[in-house]
Design a protein around this ligand. Structure first.
Ligand SMILES: *[C@@H]1O[C@H](CO)[C@@H](O)[C@H](O)[C@H]1NC(C)=O
Ligand SMILES: *[C@@H]1O[C@H](CO)[C@@H](O)[C@H](O)[C@H]1NC(C)=O
Ligand SMILES: *[C@@H]1O[C@H](CO)[C@@H](O)[C@H](O)[C@H]1NC(C)=O
Ligand SMILES: *[C@@H]1O[C@H](CO)[C@@H](O)[C@H](O)[C@H]1NC(C)=O
Ligand SMILES: *[C@@H]1O[C@H](CO)[C@@H](O)[C@H](O)[C@H]1NC(C)=O
Ligand SMILES: *[C@@H]1O[C@H](CO)[C@@H](O)[C@H](O)[C@H]1NC(C)=O
Ligand SMILES: *[C@@H]1O[C@H](CO)[C@@H](O)[C@H](O)[C@H]1NC(C)=O
Length: 426
């Protein structure tokens, strides 16, 4: 289902990225616990390069255990244009990668959310244990980043080493270093600084905290930048970071959904929902189609039967039902029914399966399976006695289940089961 979209997306990815001086790509498909190689090309980058891998979206585990740590991988030397490292993320999780060179964070561009594909190697993470950041940070106002609205980022100095740094990662867009103004102490808001995000509303933003122990040691938080009630755009310029609708960095790699390439309001949850919805919709559609086909075929068969005045299964034809049985499961086999009129019934009963014309029977269909109980009770009773047995059959209709081996022989007697139909017909 995603195939066409993925192809289109991969096609788009192959267009040259105009916004950065150099480009980079994964040389292999990111897979669980496998080595991932990233290669930089273009002459305008300045080593050393580094790549930041930030988990994106929710944990792939049903119990929501988070095993992914932010990876900040340096290329092995100043001149190296390739780095290989183990991607210790579980399959079906997502991440965003940012490549930087000596000129600054995010200079190589930012990928959209890439999907970790499956592998046989589960050894690189421990799903029974959540990872936790080395320190935590908070923002005020909490839980939101509003375009052009001053935000305070603060932390407990007791838990950090050196001065924390914060990175803004915009999937498929331009990532940046959060400028740290004067660091102040505020009662109840700890140590921190104020930042006015000049990011357009609707942009997806991962705020990545770190300190001297490394980039990302404080984990990341996912936001969709809000326009706010006033939609204050005084701080925005054409250079304001945003999710650019152009080509995301990183070459070709699997993504779980195409709409992430546009950044903005998408999140993993939304995409999963969309995919699940699509899959469910497709499955439901397929089932509906199959049912429709089956129904049409069934009707066609019924019509044919009518035209040919084919007999429905009848008493003596047990053995001769073979053709019908081959086409339909037992439960759906036409149930023989004998017209209430005693004389008709006995006449029909003696007709052969092949040539028996019973137009009256066609209007009566029984949807119930054969009833072993009733057949058993009727066992040994021949057509001649059918009429007298009818009341008994009615009582036993509640039974269900496949007919036993006796069915073929005894079916003739079973035919008489639904007396109610008879009344209706009359
Ligand atoms: C993965 O990469 C590391 C470092 O380059 C290397 O030592 C290791 O052998 C590689 N593993 C595999 C399975 O390729
Ligand atoms: C995974 O974590 C659990 C809980 O901390 C621990 O008991 C277990 O030994 C760990 N397994 C591995 C393979 O490290
Ligand atoms: C979460 O689920 C995974 C598998 O789905 C399991 O291996 C892991 O132990 C679970 N973690 C916890 C904390 O229950
Ligand atoms: C808009 O934001 C700027 C700072 O980005 C602020 O100085 C100004 O007061 C805001 N205007 C309104 C109407 O909130
Ligand atoms: C964090 O990343 C920036 C830009 O990629 C880099 O200059 C800096 O050295 C990194 N910090 C640490 C502690 O590795
Ligand atoms: C905010 O204002 C810009 C123009 O300044 C407009 O294009 C945009 O639609 C507005 N957004 C909202 C949510 O009102
Ligand atoms: C996200 O997108 C959906 C549908 O496109 C929209 O209804 C919703 O308001 C958006 N949420 C935010 C926070 O922009």
């Amino acid at each position: 289902m995603l195939g066409p979209f993925l192809s289109l997306f991969l096609l788009l990815l192959e267009l040259p990225a105009p916004s950065t001086a150099y480009s980079w790509s994964f040389t292999s498909t990111p897979a669980q616990c496998q080595n991932l190689t990233v290669s930089v090309s273009g002459s305008d980058g300045k080593g050393p390069y580094r790549i930041l891998i930030v988990p994106f979206g929710s944990s792939p585990f049903a119990n929501n255990t988070e095993v992914r740590r932010i990876l900040d991988q340096k290329f092995p030397s100043d001149s190296a244009t390739e780095v290989t490292f183990q991607l210790n993320y579980p399959e079906n999780s997502q991440f965003v990668a940012v490549v930087s060179d000596a000129t600054g964070f995010g200079s190589g561009g930012t990928s959209v959310a890439a999907q970790v594909t499956s592998s046989d190697d589960f050894s690189c993470y421990n799903a029974s244990q959540d990872v936790s950041p080395d320190f935590v940070y908070s923002i005020e106002p909490s839980n939101q980043i509003v375009q052009c609205q001053q935000t305070r980022i603060w932390w407990d100095p007791a838990n950090v080493e050196g001065t924390p740094n914060f990175l803004g990662v915009i999937p498929g867009g331009e990532s940046f270093t959060v400028p740290e103004g004067t660091i102040t102490e505020v009662t109840s808001e700890g140590t921190g600084f104020s930042w006015t995000p000049s990011i357009r509303g609707g942009t997806t933003l991962l705020l990545v905290g770190g300190d001297d122990r490394g980039n990302g040691t404080a984990g990341s938080a996912l936001f969709t930048v809000s326009s706010g009630t006033s939609n204050n755009s005084t701080c925005l310029t054409s250079d304001s970071p945003s999710s650019t609708p152009g080509t995301p960095a990183g070459g070709t790699y699997p993504t779980s959904a195409t709409d992430e390439s546009s950044g903005g309001n998408s999140s993993n949850g939304n995409n999963t929902g969309a995919i699940v919805g699509g899959v469910v919709g497709g499955v439901v559609g397929a089932i509906a189609l199959l049912l429709l086909l089956w129904f049409l075929r069934r009707r066609h068969r019924q019509k044919q039967e009518k035209e040919k005045t084919v007999d429905l299964l009848h008493e003596d034809d047990g053995d001769e039902q073979a053709p019908n049985s081959a086409e339909l499961p037992q439960y759906y086999e036409p149930e023989p029914f004998i017209i209430p009129d005693p004389t008709v019934a006995s006449e029909d009963g003696r007709l052969s399966a092949d040539g028996r014309p019973i137009s009256q029977i066609l209007s009566v269909r029984s949807g119930t399976p054969d009833i072993p109980g009733s057949t058993t009770s009727m066992g040994g009773v021949r057509k001649g006695g059918l009429r007298s047995l009818r009341p008994v059959n009615i009582i036993q209709h509640d039974d269900a289940g496949p007919s036993g081996p006796l069915r073929a022989e005894e079916e003739p007697e079973t035919v008489e089961l639904p007396p109610a139909y008879t009344k209706i017909r009359q």
